[in-house]
Design a protein around this ligand. Structure first.
Ligand code: NAP
Length: 277
């Protein structure tokens, strides 16, 4: 029987997930289907209640439903840690959930710079929004003991310290020049640098030699921050790397095979993104 999964959001037409999962289904020869379902906030609880009746074994969740999905399912430790769910699956009638942005981010670093976590115990993270939560949670899981969290709204960075503990060092934008001196890991988790958003202007000349730079924005694919890091010969991970790695677990849960992120798949989606840049 054809196994079906989907991405649920509003709007959802922009989503690249059907192409991403469609690639794996075809390559692995699986009798499966992955669709996009545009569902309003009012219709969302009913949609989830009838997931099995609609023929689905699970789904991805995108905006604006991530918090509602968390509340309407049985979240695992990662979803609880982030406070939002982006991947749901039916497990003997139970609707369970996780947050795969955590492993998407960590997976992108592991692929770009294997052993990164053995070479640094501290990080500078820009952004205390939803993505920032998944990133901070993942860094703490991997043993990073000092996270300088820089956010425009300082109070939000401070709330992270209350939630995630003393490894979070809340900081203001004006602290950045000092924090970047000698830093071994820099992550942009703000929307700055994204198409249609203000640019992210940073001088990264003070980063340690051998530092790793991640920018989770994926339109454009290579942000000015990543261009500057590549010019300095630093290892980099981009937003598409994170998107692809976050998709692995959902596919495994729904279709029973753990897929590999491939260069061919990256290039297929990169071409799509470049066309939108
Ligand atoms: P969010 O919850 O709305 O958070 C936005 C963050 O950007 C906040 O920290 C916000 O600071 C900061 N920000 C926005 N405009 C700013 C400005 N003009 N100056 C300084 N800071 C500014 O959004 P999100 O869900 O965390 O997403 C953030 C970015 O990550 C987006 O570009 C999104 O596309 C990307 N993302 C990528 C992936 C992936 O798989 N690659 C996954 C998730 C998200 P304040 O708190 O002060 O408002």
């Amino acid at each position: 029987m054809t196994q079906r999964a989907c991405i649920v959001g509003y709007p959802v037409k922009h989503s690249r997930s059907p192409k991403l999962h469609g690639y794996w289904l075809k390559r692995l020869g699986i009798d499966g289907e992955y669709r996009a379902e545009e569902i309003t906030a009012a219709g969302f609880p009913g949609f989830l209640q009838n997931l099995a009746a609609r023929g689905y074994v699970g789904c991805n969740i995108t905006q604006p439903h991530k918090e509602a999905a968390f509340a309407l399912s049985e979240p695992d430790a990662r979803a609880k840690g982030v406070g939002a769910a982006n991947t749901l699956w039916l497990d003997n009638g139970r609707l369970r959930s996780t947050n795969t942005d955590v492993e998407g981010f960590i997976g992108s670093l592991d692929a770009a710079a294997p052993g990164w976590d053995k070479r640094t115990s501290s990080a500078v993270v820009l952004g205390a929004g939803g993505a920032g939560r998944a990133i901070v949670y993942g860094l703490i899981e991997r043993g990073i003991t000092t996270i300088h969290l820089v956010n425009r709204t300082f109070e939000k960075a401070h709330q992270f310290r209350t939630q995630y503990g003393s490894s979070i060092q809340p900081a203001r934008w004006e602290d950045l020049p000092g924090l970047l001196q000698g830093a071994g890991l820099l992550v942009n988790a703000t929307s700055l640098g994204m198409k249609g958003q203000p640019p992210l202007d940073l001088d990264i000349s003070g980063l340690a030699d051998g530092a790793v730079v991640s920018d989770i924005v994926y339109v454009p694919l290579e942000t000015p921050l990543l261009t500057a890091a590549i010019k300095r010969g630093l290892k980099t991970a981009n937003g598409l790397d994170m998107l692809l790695h976050q998709a692995v677990r959902g596919f495994e849960l729904w279709f029973g095979v753990r897929p590999e992120v491939t260069r061919e798949q990256f290039e297929m989606l990169a071409a799509d993104i470049r066309a939108a840049e």
